[in-house]
Design a protein around this ligand. Structure first.
Ligand SMILES: Cc1ncc(COP(=O)(O)O)c(C=O)c1O
Length: 416
């Protein structure tokens, strides 16, 4: 059976107009809403897709660092993938044990490397030989042996990783082995990352053999981290990563290995969390430019940067208050944010019905790289976040107020 995580999203993740109204009236607008039931379903679907018994899933919290959501992954038996020390900090706050956190990041300075090791993280995949060297130096100098240590290298092989800055070429493995040997440690892992948002399943399945052959160059090879990068079908009916197919292929290939002890780490970000998140905003202005509808909402590109700044498509649906005038006729519509920044769009050239002030728009599938990429650019405080579970909801991050714009600023109070 082909499992497409986004296929049923309209029925699956969307709440009624009544619930949208209730949420906005309680928590204010704009508002990030996460559907716990949908998230549980996605986690289950991904987990079940890979039957290889020594598989461990680690949620890539670069996509969403809300602690309440991280706890859902922890309770489901997943670990955490950390891109940065900040990811580790949030993961520990969410209750993950350091041994459940896999660090696969880039370019730590010495103080950060010490911090990561002090926190007790013991699976670390490095992006360069100097980073491996730094880790080994810190381990030896400070005597921080987080056993059982699992050190790995991120793979850079242009034929499969393309033109990527990340990773280490196989010809450098020997240098890495010398460094770990000297420190009395082992180089036991290979980490592969396809690149984010890849929907073509064969872009993963076709290179499994090559990644495995490369990993076998490490004499103490124990684990394969196959990364994240698994796509999500933002466009209904569009290409969709097939977890069942991927799970079948990777299980078969690793099962065929002579060494039956290889551990498989999978660290999905977007594929796990995109679907459950929705950004609600209220319409504050409507005007027409010829046949185009220009809808102004009380949110901004700084709350959700992907559609406008990074060119990603996110579907927008509407909840109209005046159901009498709601009909199926749609118009080309730009959904504009509440600033005059030239890129302040939340959607461009969408097909939406004629809207009125007070209507609600819902931007779908924003659980990944949504709030996590929001900023204080344009000096608007960030929205609140709410977790919805069936008909219950609770605040999981407070709305900011204007005081946040002053935080850490140093100035003297001289207003004359
Ligand atoms: C090493 C690694 N793993 C996983 C992820 C998550 O990626 P995605 O959201 O595409 O699954 C990232 C994203 O930066 C990453 O760098």
């Amino acid at each position: 059976m082909r499992v497409e995580l986004g296929k049923e999203k309209i029925n699956d993740t969307l709440f009624s107009r009544k619930v949208a109204e209730e949420l906005l009236s309680i928590y204010g607008s704009p508002l990030y809403v996460y559907d716990a039931v949908s998230l549980h379903r996605t986690i289950e679907c991904i987990t079940k897709a890979i039957s290889y018994p020594r598989t461990q899933f680690h949620f890539a919290s670069v996509t969403n660092g809300n602690v309440a959501l991280l706890q859902i992954f922890r309770n489901a038996g997943w670990g955490l993938h950390a891109n940065t020390p900040g990811d580790i900090y949030l993961g520990l706050e969410a209750g993950f044990n350091p041994s459940q956190i896999v660090y696969s990041g880039s370019n730590l300075n010495r103080a950060e490397m010490e911090q990561v090791l002090h926190w007790g993280v013991n699976t670390l995949n490095f992006d360069s030989i100097p980073q491996l060297q730094l880790c080994c130096e810190v381990v030896v100098q400070k005597g921080i042996y987080n056993s059982p240590f699992r050190l790995g290298l991120r793979l850079n092989l242009p034929e499969i990783t393309g033109d990527s800055r990340i990773g280490v070429r196989p010809e450098e493995f020997i240098t890495g082995l010398n460094i770990t040997n000297k420190a009395g440690l082992k180089l036991s892992g290979l980490h592969f990352y396809r690149g984010t948002g890849t929907n073509a399943t064969n872009a993963f399945t076709q290179i499994i053999d090559k990644v495995i052959t490369t990993a076998q160059m490490l004499p103490d090879w124990e684990y394969l981290d196959f990364g994240g990068g698994f796509g999500y079908p933002y466009r209904r009916g569009g290409a969709s990563f097939d977890w069942q197919e991927f799970g079948r292929k990777i299980t078969e290939k690793i099962n065929n290995l002579e060494s039956k002890k290889i551990e498989l780490i999978i660290e999905p970000g977007r594929a796990a969390i995109a679907k459950c998140g929705t950004l609600l905003a209220r319409v504050v202005s409507v005007k027409w430019q010829d046949s185009k509808q220009i809808v102004g909402v009380d949110s901004t590109v700084a709350n959700l940067s992907v559609p406008s700044v990074h060119g990603g498509y996110r579907e927008i649906i509407t909840y109209q208050q005046n159901t009498k005038i709601a009909n199926s006729q749609t118009y080309i519509t730009d959904v504009c944010g509440n600033t005059t920044y030239s890129r302040d769009y939340l959607g461009k050239n969408c097909q939406l019905p004629a809207l009125e002030i007070g209507d609600i728009i819902a931007i779908l599938d924003v659980g990944a790289y949504g709030y996590a990429m929001s900023s204080h650019f344009l000096h608007r405080p960030k929205p609140a976040e709410v977790l919805l579970e069936n008909d219950k909801h609770r605040l999981i991050r407070k709305r900011e107020d204007y005081s946040i714009l002053l935080s850490n600023q140093v100035f003297s109070l001289n207003r004359s």
